[in-house]
Design a protein around this ligand. Structure first.
Ligand code: ADP
Ligand code: AMP
Length: 214
């Protein structure tokens, strides 16, 4: 099963993608997590990506597409995957469609997690991320057991640099300009499903399970 998560930054794509990965036993692939791991590791790719990410801009397609194609070519992707944060531009979507078509495959579901802009700033300013294992929390909606510490791996939680309100505004602009058109792209491909992302996390997940099947 090949699934794409669509939605604004902070809509809950990562939160739901992790649950999907666990239930359906497929890898969760987040391009944002891959970039952050590269930044942490001090790689050349990470250094290039950081300059764009810190400004709330998208990392150029030339860098992002190749990186994602390498990842989905790995052995653990043989039975599918859930993509979180890719594609974010029409050229990225077209590259994915083409690469899959060459193998006689296609995206099965594009799930749009719909959350209005008004809710996003609050979600992002309260998000806390673990740079160790990639877990995500929210200080109000999904707090860790011990404040500031990751439940899973015990590392310190941080407010991402790009989750500061001034950067979030820019990221929302970029989303509306470059990523929102993908909703129509996948509607035309007849694989779009929409869920109301303003509901509590478990209710959003229930709606997703109804779409994907038990
Ligand atoms: P995205 O991957 O789309 O950027 P995340 O999954 O990281 O978004 O969610 C953004 C923030 O909102 C996180 O702090 C997360 O814990 C919180 N969150 C996610 N889903 C919900 C929800 N349904 N209700 C309230 N808060 C949520
Ligand atoms: P995310 O963790 O999905 O919120 O992504 C964080 C940041 O990484 C984004 O704001 C972009 O700068 C960059 N990024 C992640 N995925 C992509 C992508 N598919 N295309 C371009 N940039 C991306």
């Amino acid at each position: 099963m090949k699934i794409i998560m669509l939605g604004a930054p902070g809509a809950g794509k990562g939160t739901q993608a992790k649950k999907i990965a666990e239930k359906y036993q497929i890898p969760h692939i987040s391009t944002g997590d891959i970039f952050r791991a590269n930044i942490k590791g001090g790689t050349e790719l990470g250094m290039k990506a950081k300059t764009f990410m810190d400004q709330g801009m998208l990392v150029p397609d030339e860098i992002t597409i190749g990186m994602l194609m390498d990842r989905i070519g790995q052995e653990d992707c043989i039975n599918g995957y859930v993509l979180d944060g890719f594609p974010r531009t029409i050229p990225q979507a077209e590259s994915l469609t083409k690469a899959l078509a060459e193998r006689g495959e296609k995206v099965d579901y594009a799930i749009n997690v719909d959350v209005p802009d008004e809710n996003i700033i609050n979600r992002m300013s309260g998000r806390r991320a673990c740079l160790g294992c990639g877990a995500t929390y929210h200080i109000t909606f999904n707090p860790p057991v011990k404040e500031g510490i990751c439940d899973t791996c015990g590392q310190e939680l941080v407010l991402r640099d790009d989750d500061k309100p001034e950067t979030v505004k820019k990221r929302l602009d970029v989303y509306h300009q470059q990523t929102q058109p993908l909703i129509d792209y996948y509607k035309n491909a007849e694989v779009l499903a929409e869920v109301d992302g303003t509901q509590p996390m478990d209710a959003v997940f229930q709606d997703i399970v109804e779409i994907l099947g038990e």
